[in-house]
Write a protein of this length. Structure first.
Length: 369
């Protein structure tokens, strides 16, 4: 869109918010990633103009975590004993909660290995206590986790089954299945490599490649200024997304976008802009927590003249114009002009007959040779 009028740019710092609109449940502190800003000088759109809004630039600290509270921090598990073929007893259940933070594939595997020790598992579980050793190793070649589970002590020689409940667990929806390389719509189980009913499985490998940042690969900036210019595949409808910023830096860096001419410009329906709300989310429209840090952005407003759209011609209008070109008929000059044009048309037809010689032949009259 090539604008014919001067544009406006509004520079906003989250620390200048008129009001923060969300708080951290655990700390009670305001979240800097969701706020509204009241403009001292309103942006008004004249009646003969339209306004387009776009993201000019932004700087956002990569201070949010890849493992987040109540987003992807849970793993529901069950351990039981196979005492007859395909028959189980003495069930033990537990939910492992991963503390929020920025993890690598290695550090997340190390944490899970500690949590899968029998001492940690039996603390807070429901049901039978078991004694076992386990590992959770990250294979850098395949980019998958390899799990092992071996009964020990009083449970040595037993066949124990371990299950990860990603689809049926009590915390379905907040599981870390992507981060561990599993689908969210399935449960996974394997048995220890001991006991009379043990299978030949000595380890269990993730189904998919591990995606430690599976819950967020880009930052979505959402505002109250857009409503029908961007589509979101999550629900297939128009959304309030102003822009998506890919994450190209490591945790602790700065996510930024510089001004360019190829950004999407959204037509806004607002004619009098006095308040703007800003929200930072992940791909699934979940609010990000910058953990106390602030961000900046510049929103650009481009004005252009409102152009009246001319509807396409009807078939009758096209016919009238064709007659006007061929016979000089002015279809918009009134009845008298139509009569004059008709007389000219009849005169032209008579000339054509005379050019052929003789009077017009009656219908059905034999043609003379």
């Amino acid at each position: 869109m090539a604008s014919h009028l001067p544009s406006k740019i509004l520079y906003i710092d989250s620390r200048d918010a008129s009001q923060y609109l969300s708080t951290n449940i655990d700390t009670g502190y305001d979240l800097t990633s969701y706020f509204k800003y009241d403009l001292v000088e309103k942006i008004e759109v004249p009646d003969n103009q339209v306004i387009f809004v776009s993201l000019n630039s932004t700087t956002i600290p990569y201070s949010f975590y890849n493992i987040r509270d109540d987003v992807n921090d849970k793993l529901d598990m069950i351990i039981d004993e196979e005492y007859e073929a395909d028959t189980y007893r003495n069930t033990s259940t537990k939910t492992i909660t991963i503390p929020a933070g920025n993890y690598s594939s290695i550090t997340l595997g190390n944490f899970m290995e500690l949590e899968l020790s029998s001492t940690a598992f039996n603390a807070g579980n429901v049901g039978t206590d078991y004694t076992f050793t386990s590992t959770c190793d990250y294979d850098s070649d395949t980019q998958k986790y390899v799990f092992t589970f071996i009964p020990s002590g009083a449970d040595a020689g037993k066949t124990l089954r371990i299950r990860y409940l990603f689809s049926t667990g009590a915390n379905s929806g907040t599981h870390s299945n992507i981060e561990f390389g599993f689908f969210n719509n399935s449960d996974y189980s394997y048995t220890s490599n001991t006991g009379s009913f043990a299978s030949t499985i000595t380890s269990y490998t993730s189904i998919n490649v591990v995606d430690i940042n599976g819950s967020i690969h880009g930052v979505y900036i959402r505002t109250n200024l857009t409503s029908n210019s961007t589509l979101d595949s999550q629900n297939g409808t128009f959304s309030n997304i102003l822009a998506r910023i890919p994450i190209k830096v490591q945790s602790g860096g700065i996510i930024f976008r510089e001004p360019n001419n190829s950004v999407h410009k959204a037509l806004t329906q607002h004619r009098n802009i006095s308040q703007i709300s800003i929200r930072l989310t992940d791909e699934r429209n979940r609010l990000l927590d910058l953990n106390g840090l602030h961000f900046q952005l510049a929103i650009q407003f481009d004005f252009d003249y409102l152009v009246n759209v001319i509807p396409p011609e009807t078939s009758m209008e096209r016919r009238d114009k064709q007659q006007q070109r061929e016979y000089g008929v002015d279809v918009h000059s009134g009845e008298q002009s139509k009569q004059l044009a008709l007389q000219r048309l009849m005169a032209q037809e008579n000339l054509k007959v005379k050019d052929k010689g003789g009077r017009p032949r009656k219908v059905g009259r034999p043609k003379l040779k």
